[in-house]
Write a protein that binds this ligand. Structure first.
Ligand code: E4P
Length: 219
């Protein structure tokens, strides 16, 4: 299972990378805006800075919503670095763009997936990844995790190569359930990754080990 970090914050990306468990990064226009990044040149430079930190995939989302615009923008994004994956919204022109990028050998991540039907379309159009949003479904009282399991099952039935990238992951239980149902990738904030470290028995066990060592050493 791959771990991606869902942020455009360079210090969080560096921290996750330094932990040694990071496989990639996802961003979206809201996350870029949160870091105050705007304007073509600054956006490109920021993506390059992210690519320079990590070893693997960095999803960069297009703003255009028409086929020609998405193709133009996606090609520009893909030129920034080999690690770039062009993120395309699940809309009609987006489907066409997925197919186009597949034929050009450019990797894509189809975002804003909220149903198995959308995931099936994205896989048929040749998306490299699909991003179903767990937390946002949970927010409106639908079971986001059920969607992940459904997509994993459907893709398995037909051997689709599209990877299931579970997104909108809000806490460690989301992440662990994704691992149970076989999502290929999870993307989440840094705090979700670091929360996996925590266990009170680890803390108390370590405190005891250190205290016993100090006692034996006469400290
Ligand atoms: C994924 O690519 C999205 O950027 C992200 O996971 C959305 O998460 P949110 O619902 O917490 O904003």
């Amino acid at each position: 299972m791959k771990f991606f970090i869902d942020t455009a914050n360079l210090s969080d990306i560096r921290e996750a990378y330094d932990l040694g468990v990071l496989d990639g990064v996802t961003t979206n226009p809201s996350l870029m805006a949160k870091e105050g990044i705007s304007g073509d040149e600054k956006v490109r430079a920021h993506y390059k800075a992210i690519c320079d930190i990590v070893d693997d995939k960095v999803s960069a989302e297009v703003i255009s919503t028409d086929f020609e615009g998405m193709v133009k923008e996606g090609k520009e994004l893909a030129k920034i670095d080999d690690k770039i994956v062009v993120k395309i919204p699940m809309i009609k022109d987006g489907l066409k763009a997925l197919k186009y990028f597949q034929s050009e050998g450019i990797r894509t991540n189809c975002t804003l997936i909220f149903s198995a039907g959308q995931a099936l379309l994205a896989a048929k159009a040749g998306a490299s990844y699909v991003s179903p949003f767990i937390g946002r479904l949970d927010d409106i009282s639908f079971d986001g995790m059920e969607l992940i399991a459904q997509i994993v099952h459907i893709y398995g039935n037909y051997g689709f190569e599209t990877e299931v990238l579970a997104a909108s992951v809000r806490h460690s239980m989301h992440l662990l359930k994704c691992a149970e149902v076989g999502a290929d990738v999870v993307t989440c904030p840094l705090k979700v990754i670091t929360s996996l470290l925590n266990h009170p028995l680890t803390d108390s066990g370590l405190a005891t080990f250190l205290a016993d060592h100090a006692k034996a050493a006469g400290k």
